[in-house]
Write a protein that binds this ligand. Structure first.
Ligand code: FA5
Length: 352
């Protein structure tokens, strides 16, 4: 029974030491001292080899009970200490008044988000659907389906970022036209529903940047296809969109423009609102800003979208949304919009 005395003594000694442990390091040291490879409990177990029969069995059980007690006591003490530390931290915090007004600046919408939403609303009110489209597209979507075959010189109009897998970063929102025609052609042909869709998106071009050119900018493409769609329809929708967005009279001019996917094609420019048409860096000193090229959809493009150009006609436009935001908010340098400089951007935005 000498061994049993050892078990009780060890229990007593451990209990006292645990009570005196000041922090988690002390507790870990205690755990090693008792339960470690060379710990006191382990040493007791080694002494079992000198015992025999019932005595050995009972001693083994008692040491195992002690071992479990120590393990549980250690883990309980660790939890108690952690909880006490959290409580101390909470109590030491300054009082927090949930009803106090916020002291931090609130976020705000980016000017492009505001202009995009406004344009979407205008076109929705005229019966257009708003579509979302990928930023990484195929050569077919961005060029071939738009009547720009491989090696066509028109590809040089946009310095495109190609990916190593042959896909590319969308250089124009026109890249979504083919998919939109395919999506809605059945409803057009079978139910007589005109295709009326706008699709805003980010475009990428390897451009040298200046006050009115960015390498990453936003456009909003729009298409309408039905029987007997004409240039008059195109002009009506363009004028309505501009007067709704600017809410004042804007001087515009329409001049011929070449894009392989429209025939005829136009450039729609607006009089620069930064300089009032006098000429400044924002309009490359011309007094006019190219804003929204447009035209009647080329028969080959309709065909690629599965639409019979003998029966249907349509118009398409590619609104420069980043430039629209510049004009609407009087932002003289397009680079401010991508700068992430909140001191500049917050002048034009509104609270979320
Ligand atoms: C196109 O991208 C044609 N896909 C537009 C189109 C659609 C024509 C449908 C006909 C029918 P363009 O490269 O000109 O066209 O760009 C259209 C508009 O995007 C420009 O008028 C301009 O407002 C804007 N834009 C073009 N490049 C930049 C740039 N680097 N930085 C900022 N805005 C740009």
């Amino acid at each position: 029974m000498f061994f049993m005395v050892n078990v009780d003594e060890l229990r007593k000694k451990f209990t006292e030491s645990l009570q005196n442990a000041a922090d988690s390091r002390d507790i870990e040291a205690l755990r090693v001292e008792y339960l470690g490879k060379k710990g006191s409990v382990t040493e007791l177990l080694k002494g079992m080899k000198d015992l025999a029969g019932e005595e050995k069995k009972e001693f083994g059980q008692q040491v195992n009970i002690l071992k479990n007690e120590i393990a549980e006591a250690v883990s309980r003490k660790v939890t108690e200490m952690q909880q006490a530390a959290v409580k101390r931290e909470i109590e030491s915090m300054p009082e927090f008044d949930l009803t106090a007004p916020p002291t931090l600046d609130r976020g705000s919408y980016h000017p492009i988000t505001l202009v995009q939403r406004e344009c979407e609303e205008v076109f929705r009110s005229m019966g257009f659907t708003v579509e979302d489209y990928a930023e990484i597209v195929t050569d077919y979507e961005c060029f071939e389906s738009l009547n720009i075959p491989k090696h066509h010189p028109a590809r040089d109009m946009q310095d495109t970022y190609y990916l190593t897998n042959g896909q590319l970063l969308k250089s124009q929102t026109s890249a979504a036209q083919n998919a939109i025609y395919k999506k809605y052609r059945k409803a057009l042909v079978e139910e007589g529903k005109p295709i009326k869709a706008v699709f805003p998106g980010r475009c990428f071009r390897n451009e040298t940047t200046d006050a009115c050119h960015e390498n990453t900018f936003f456009q909003m493409e729009g298409v309408m296809v039905d029987k007997d769609i004409s240039i008059s329809n195109l002009i009506f929708f363009m004028k309505t969109m501009l007067s709704e967005v600017f809410k004042k009279d804007i001087r515009v001019r329409l001049r011929p423009g070449f894009f392989p996917f429209v025939e005829p094609g136009f450039e729609l420019d607006i009089s620069c609102l930064i300089c009032g048409g006098e000429g400044c860096p924002s309009c490359k000193h011309s007094g006019w800003l190219e804003l929204c090229p447009c035209g009647m959809i080329h028969p080959e493009v309709l065909k690629a979208g599965g639409i019979d150009p003998e029966e249907y006609t349509g118009f398409a436009f590619g609104l420069g949304m980043t430039r629209l935001a510049m004009m609407k908010y009087g932002i003289a340098d397009i680079r401010d919009l991508n700068s992430g400089d909140l001191r500049r951007l917050s002048q034009f935005t509104q609270d979320c």
